[in-house]
Ligand binder design. Structure first.
Ligand code: C5P
Length: 218
């Protein structure tokens, strides 16, 4: 039984990878199963929230009671999120968003030329969705994620400050990727709050309870 700690709240999440088009059959993407974001969407819905999940391509079923908006590129994800922030109490950015999009995607499949040069890709910087939502006047309370390979506390806290958000959840990328279990640490301006290593859904329920205690009153 989950107490309805988010009853009457609207929650918006991003999850999964993004996919940047190179040509009609090739993409540039990040390694993310979407499991943590989907677990959080499910936990938020169980806690009574009205949940919208903006998801990049994943193989996961949409959790019960969650509205899913499917997107591909970071630019699409950005547009889908920015169109839905009004009236949102809580924004949780779990997606592994591509930092760079392809500036010169080809409308035709790129062909290998015998003895020829490989294609050149030009990159453009994608918008930082979380930083933009965090900067909105009267915007939602924001939680970010930081998957790091080393110096977790230092990198996660730096990211939290840079994005202007009250809390960020850190984990070690090599541990979390493709895994059932996760070991999370919440960082806020009081420091580190480690959670036990546990299945992602259980961790998601703990996170939801922790957040609910920090949301401003209606
Ligand atoms: O340092 P990085 O930008 O990767 O921080 C990760 C956090 O920011 C995650 O919560 C991720 O979902 C979010 N993010 C975003 N838009 C981006 C890049 C990251 O919302 N373009």
């Amino acid at each position: 039984f989950q107490p309805k700690v988010l009853a009457g709240r609207r929650v918006l999440l991003t999850a999964g990878p993004t996919s940047e088009t190179i040509d009609p059959v090739r993409v540039l993407t990040n390694r993310s199963s979407g499991r943590m974001g989907y677990a959080l969407a499910r936990a938020a819905a169980e806690a009574g929230a009205e949940v919208t999940l903006v998801s990049g391509p994943t193989a996961l079923p949409c959790p019960d009671g969650v509205e899913r908006i499917g997107v591909r590129s970071a630019a699409d994800m950005h547009a889908a999120v920015m169109a839905r922030t009004a009236g949102t109490d809580l924004f949780i950015a779990v997606a592994a968003v591509a930092d760079w999009g392809i500036a010169n995607p080809s409308s035709l499949k790129l062909k290998k030329q015998p003895g020829g040069q490989p294609p050149r890709l030009d990159f453009i910087q994608n918008p930082d969705i979380l930083a933009e939502v965090a900067a909105l006047p009267d915007g939602p309370w924001c939680l970010g994620f930081a998957a790091e390979t080393d110096r977790l506390a230092e990198h996660a806290q730096a990211k939290r400050t840079r994005k202007g958000i009250p809390a960020i959840v850190g984990n070690l990328a090599q541990d979390a990727m493709d895994a059932e279990d996760t070991e999370l640490v919440i960082f806020d301006d009081e420091g580190a709050h480690p959670l036990a290593r546990q299945p992602k859904l259980q961790a998601a329920r703990q996170l939801v309870a922790w957040i609910a205690g920090r949301l401003p009153r209606h």
